[in-house]
Ligand binder design. Structure first.
Ligand SMILES: Cc1ncc(COP(=O)(O)O)c(C=O)c1O
Length: 480
């Protein structure tokens, strides 16, 4: 026996089925208790805020102690934000359905790379089923197809790469671009669009921000003027990007108007539906995204409105062919030819090489809860947004920014002299976070600070909104 090839016991233990069973059972119990508590006991904190240095110190000490791993998990729960809490109304992160989270255990155990077929047979097949389903809901025809990728940011960048391939003059992939390329987008677009344009080398001039109207939608009456100005400056505009919806206010751009403008000017039409694209599943709310089927590419995050853990994003193309042209590279060790159109080798079309096995997290939801579950969730969250807005309007001392189209509701406390409204609202948010009773965020709208809520949890109820406003009022009385 060669001493050098004897496996160390601790390496063997890494893969012990009995440890998996034992720790797994305990962990599931801990997580189920956690879910039970945060969902049913409103007085449980949404977040027990610690400052970063204290948090770091805590974990440094833990690192050098011999805490049992189950206690570590309990500590992690204690020291994390709880999106399952009905009073979590902060950033746009889905409250993951349990079946999707459990699927995460399966996919993390299997760790199928998914970029190539053999490294994710089931995964690639499920991805095809799931993305075809989304394409159909968008209203695309049989030429459409897409894939899943890690997040809206990456998906938007990938779509703009496809736009560049389709619309920029010359052989950009081989030679770089000689022209100054540009995209048109609302000033309300998520910052990742700006970032994508700059990553593509368009520079600050190449991200042309069109002012929005009083509903925070792109002002479509300005499109021609901005395009002509750009062309006069020598820019080659390749794409127009629509928001469905915007991040700050949840406003949907006029997608029909953008589609017509794109067609008339031979531009790629991309829609960032990372947040609100999920309305394609809803009979009640799909009118908000009317025209989405005319886009060349659409991004929809499952991990925002569609019940999966982060990250899980669909990028769908009206013409499948466009998605295969984006990356024209050889990767001999993965596949023989970049020219062949193999849906099952998803690495040909995504930025990623090793890719998470995301599809099961969507598929399992459909399998267990039915195809209309996304519709139910969208309807519930958008209805709750409207209900919250109505409550704010009724309440003295509060001001609603706009009637929300989506589940994003902005408001502020105004029963104080105008020069301190901003500072008081900042203070209110800080106090709320420190109290742990609610989690909301804030945003600047022009010069004004607003409290911003995204209603992400279908278990949130109208009484939670009333409790939030009561709490804000109490804080305001203390500080004004
Ligand atoms: C409209 C919009 N687009 C893109 C993104 C970025 O998506 P992700 O966080 O999945 O990268 C966000 C995130 O909030 C968003 O609201």
């Amino acid at each position: 026996m060669n001493e050098d090839t004897l496996i160390d016991e601790s390496l063997q233990k890494l893969y012990s089925p009995s440890d998996f069973r034992n720790i797994g059972h305990q962990l599931v119990d801990v997580l189920a208790d956690h879910l039970d508590q945060v969902q049913s006991q409103r007085e449980q904190a949404v977040l027990k805020y610690q400052n970063p240095e204290e948090e770091l110190a805590y974990w440094k000490e833990d690192m050098s102690s011999d805490t049992d791993i189950i206690d570590v998990y309990k500590d992690i729960l204690e020291r994390s934000i709880h999106v399952h809490h009905p009073r979590y109304m902060g950033h746009q992160v889905a409250v993951p359905s349990i079946i999707s989270s459990l699927s995460g255990l399966v996919t993390d155990l299997l760790s199928n790379g998914t970029g190539v077929y053999e490294m994710g047979m089931a995964s690639n097949a499920l991805e095809r089923i799931v993305t075809d389903f989304v394409a159909k809901k968008i209203g695309y025809g049989s030429d459409a197809s897409g894939f899943l990728t890690s997040g809206g940011t990456l998906a938007n960048l990938t779509a703009l790469l496809a736009a560049r391939k389709a619309k920029a003059p010359g052989m950009v992939w081989e030679e770089g671009h000689k022209e100054k390329l540009a995209v048109l987008v609302s000033e309300e677009a998520h910052y990742c669009i700006d970032r994508a344009a700059r990553i593509l080398g368009f520079g600050a001039e190449g991200i042309i921000k069109i002012p929005s109207n009083k509903s925070y939608k792109i002002d479509t009456s300005l499109l021609e003027e901005y395009l002509e100005n750009a062309q006069r400056k020598g820019l080659v505009v390749i794409a127009v990007v629509g928001c469905a919806s915007s991040t700050s206010t949840g406003s949907y751009d006029d997608l029909e108007a953008l589609a017509t403008f794109a067609k008339d000017n031979n531009l790629w039409f991309h829609i960032d539906g990372a947040h609100g694209g999920g309305v394609v599943f809803s009979e009640k709310y799909k009118y908000l995204a009317k025209g989405i089927d005319k886009a060349d590419s659409v991004v929809i995050d499952f991990h925002k409105m569609l019940l999966t853990p982060a990250l899980n994003t669909a990028l769908i193309f009206k013409n499948s062919e466009d998605s295969y042209k984006t990356f024209e590279q050889k990767a001999q060790y993965l596949w023989d030819s970049q020219q062949s159109r193999e849906w099952y080798n998803s690495g040909k079309r995504t930025f990623e090489c090793t890719k998470l096995m995301m599809s099961l997290k969507v598929y399992s939801i459909i399998k267990m809860h039915g195809k209309d579950i996304f519709e139910k969730n969208i309807n519930r969250l958008y209805d709750l947004g409207k209900a919250f807005a109505a409550i704010i309007k009724e309440r003295e001392g509060f001001e609603l920014l706009i009637d929300p189209e989506a589940n994003i509701v902005n408001f502020r406390y105004t029963d104080v002299s105008s020069d301190v409204i901003n500072s008081l609202n900042s203070q209110i948010r800080e106090e709320l976070i420190l109290s742990g009773k609610f989690y909301i965020v804030q945003t600047m709208i022009g010069e004004d600070r607003y409290l911003r809520t995204s209603i992400m949890n279908p278990l949130t109820e109208e009484s939670d909104f009333i409790a939030l406003l009561d709490e804000i009022q109490k804080i305001a009385f203390r500080f004004k």
